[in-house]
Write a protein that binds this ligand. Structure first.
Ligand SMILES: Cc1cc2nc3c(=O)[nH]c(=O)nc-3n(C[C@H](O)[C@H](O)[C@H](O)COP(=O)(O)O)c2cc1C
Length: 219
């Protein structure tokens, strides 16, 4: 990259312009931070996949863990949710992250694997069991199941009882939930490539990041 172009890329939101060698490492640093910082804008990416009917499906998820060495992103979900069936049938998916602070969009092409038992699931459950989100994995009805309509269909639906704070979580006592009672599954997303876009008043930059040097693209 020429010195002139570097000078052009100084932006309001990015105090430093990073060199091409630093883009991939910095993306992973930010992903790692997002997995432990609930205020990081990359904490809640959109996961897009192919539905069983061939239509595109997309939803927000929480980035729970990052394994930089393995280039792997982990999410938690209910193993009965439609996305689990979809991803088992077609593991290819895309994760979209946007950060206003960084002025960076990341579109990660991933290959997914669903884990619904084993040490990683046990460890994931242990990490959420004492948090309010434990209730998300304890519902007796699967995500997306229809709620019973009221006679005049005018009242707002009542959440399923089991979606409320689960027994053992509302007080100061330790919860009395067991690993066998939950429906938590771990989505492992192995990153195959990243389409990185940096927005800047001085000129946008875009690169396809796989192995080796970035492939610069027209933004
Ligand atoms: C901020 C936010 C975070 C969410 N995090 C998750 C998550 O980590 N895992 C999950 O399965 N659903 C999460 N959801 C709910 C999903 O977006 C989606 O509504 C639900 O999982 C059903 O998706 P599906 O029908 O495609 O399976 C989240 C929603 C929001 C708004």
């Amino acid at each position: 990259m020429t010195g002139g172009l570097v000078a052009l890329l100084v932006t309001r939101s990015m105090p430093e312009v990073i060199g091409s060698d630093e883009i991939t490492p910095q993306i992973w640093v930010q992903l790692q931070r997002a997995s432990v910082d609930r205020h990081h804008e990359w904490r809640t990416p959109v996961l897009a996949s192919i539905g069983l009917d061939g239509a595109v499906q997309a939803r927000t998820v929480v980035l729970r863990r990052v394994d930089i060495e393995a280039k792997r992103l982990l999410f938690y979900t209910d193993r009965r949710s439609p996305k689990v069936l979809e991803l088992k049938a077609n593991p290819a998916a895309t994760l979209v992250f946007w950060s206003r602070r960084l002025s960076w969009q990341v579109r990660a092409q991933v290959n997914t694997q669903i884990l619904d038992a084993g040490p990683l699931v046990d460890s994931a459950w242990d990490s959420v069991v004492q948090s309010p989100s434990a209730g998300d994995y304890l519902s007796s009805a699967p995500p997306g199941a229809a709620l019973h309509a009221t006679p005049d269909n005018s009242a707002a639906p009542t959440p399923p009882v089991a979606r409320e704070t689960p027994a053992g979580l509302e007080g100061s006592q330790p919860p009395v939930l067991h690993r066998g009672t939950h429906h938590l599954a771990v989505v492992c997303a192995d990153v195959l490539s990243i389409d990185w876009l940096e927005l800047s008043r001085a000129g946008h930059r875009r690169a396809l990041l796989t192995t080796g040097a970035p492939q610069w693209l027209v933004p």
